[in-house]
Write a protein that binds this ligand. Structure first.
Ligand code: NIG
Ligand code: FE
Length: 421
């Protein structure tokens, strides 16, 4: 017997299924797998039928408490996937934002003891409960913007206990919040204050104490590192990330964010799942990433909030066959935003992506950036029912109608979890 439908969405003007190749490359990025006048049937947490609205309504056995949503000719997309965030922090850093407006650079502020190290000093003395409450608030906001899966990094502890405290916050929220959280260990986010004169010692602790403990306690799926001039050089990055890989973690890199240092090439060499930022990626870096399976996660909100002039060369990457995804980089320093839809506006205006390319980059391709390609980010029979009903009749409105929330309803695993209007 057919499963009874527990949630049905009918009368969808543009049903953006994202059915098609995973990942999306080149011209395929413009293929959204659209069904006009579509419908979706869900049983429990699973999509069981995707078709025309008439067909879905015609042959449906509804459960007694079935939720029926009339989309009123609007757009429905898969739940959005944010593949790079730093959401666990207490103190905000608006004073640095003002310093940047007054002309200081991100690195000048960091070298003067601000930046990541300022967040570390604060986080170490913040109780876990406070971190849980503040992070939950940010996740609620992400959810209201249509985001149903989020990669979340540690990296503001930089000691074994404080890094674990952050990863435990992520673990607890993953269990108690509708958003699925994918945890990443970022102990190599900076060199902490107490090891500035003895960085080798901190690298030893990372390799011999922190990574083994994180793995032993099953607290992270990925290991990330800030490979940048003045932070971790490529040699140190190779050593740390190789150790993480040997311990069973998959890899991510903050690469070529502020300068070209060969981070992209290193990410490709180590078969990283993703290389992120890439504003200053070299021509060789683009070629290396294009040849690999590594996804390029672009973070236009960071360039925007650092008042930068140069955005990642997205068009060149797409032309050369790189898998491109987009993310907020949500963090208190370089990009304080929970809005993935706003990143599509920046991607369109500053990186010349079409609306369709940007939507591919926050669904099917961002799933690949967290090693979930083909499992989420698409509306296909058999996949989890992560869905967004939008207050727009044409998907191109997403980048165009910026700075406001166009999400009406969010469904996670078949349950209505945000009902904005
Ligand atoms: O992705 N670049 C390193 N990490 C973050 C910034 C973190 C911070 O400033 O607190 C980034 O830009
Ligand atoms: Fe980041």
């Amino acid at each position: 017997m057919d499963k009874k439908i527990t949630l049905l969405i009918k009368n969808i003007g543009q049903l953006i299924t994202m059915d098609g190749p995973v990942p999306r490359l080149g011209n395929d990025l413009n293929n959204l797998g659209i069904i006009e006048n579509g419908g979706i049937a869900v049983a429990g947490n699973e999509i069981i039928n995707v078709s025309s609205s008439d067909e879905i309504e015609g042959k449906s056995t509804l459960s007694d408490d079935c939720i029926v949503i009339d989309a009123d000719r609007a757009v429905v997309t898969p739940g959005l996937i944010d593949p790079h965030t730093h959401p666990v922090f207490s103190m905000t850093r608006e004073m640095e934002f003002e310093m940047r407006i007054a002309g200081k650079t991100y690195m000048e502020i960091a070298n003067a003891g601000g930046g990541i190290r300022a967040s570390v000093r604060d986080l170490r003395s913040t109780p876990k409960e406070t971190l849980i409450n503040k992070t939950k608030h940010r996740l609620d906001r992400m959810l209201s913007y249509g985001v149903t899966t989020v990669e979340a990094k540690s990296g503001y502890g930089l000691s074994t206990d404080s890094e674990i405290k952050q990863l435990e916050v992520i673990k607890e929220l993953n269990q108690n919040h509708p958003i699925d959280l994918i945890p990443t260990f970022l102990g190599a986010h900076e060199i902490p204050d107490e090891y500035r004169e003895n960085r080798e010692e901190y690298i030893n602790i990372l390799i011999n104490e922190m990574i083994p403990k994180v793995v032993e306690n099953n607290l992270a799926e990925f290991s990330d590192i800030f490979t940048e001039e003045g932070v971790y050089n490529t040699e140190e990055s190779r050593k740390i990330q190789q150790a993480a890989k040997d311990a069973g973690l998959k890899l991510k890199f903050h690469a070529d964010e502020l300068k070209s240092v060969g981070g992209a090439e290193l990410a490709a060499e180590l078969n990283a799942t993703s290389a992120d930022h890439l504003v200053y990626i070299s021509a060789a870096g683009i070629k290396a990433i294009a040849k690999s399976k590594t996804v390029a996660v672009l973070l236009p909100g960071t360039t925007f909030s650092l008042a930068g002039k140069q955005y990642a060369p997205a068009r060149k990457m797409i032309e050369e066959g790189v898998v491109v995804a987009l993310s907020t980089d949500c963090n208190p320093g370089s990009s304080f935003s929970e809005s993935l839809p706003f990143m599509t506006s920046l991607a369109a205006l500053q990186m010349k992506l079409t609306a369709a390319e940007a939507i591919s980059a926050i669904t099917v391709n961002s799933a690949c950036a967290i090693d979930r390609g083909g499992k989420i980010g698409q509306i296909i029979k058999g996949l989890p029912a992560d869905l967004v009903v939008w207050d727009m009749a044409d998907y191109r409105e997403m980048p165009y109608h910026y700075g406001v929330n166009l999400v009406k309803k969010v469904i996670k695993n078949g349950k209505l979890v945000a009902n904005n209007c």
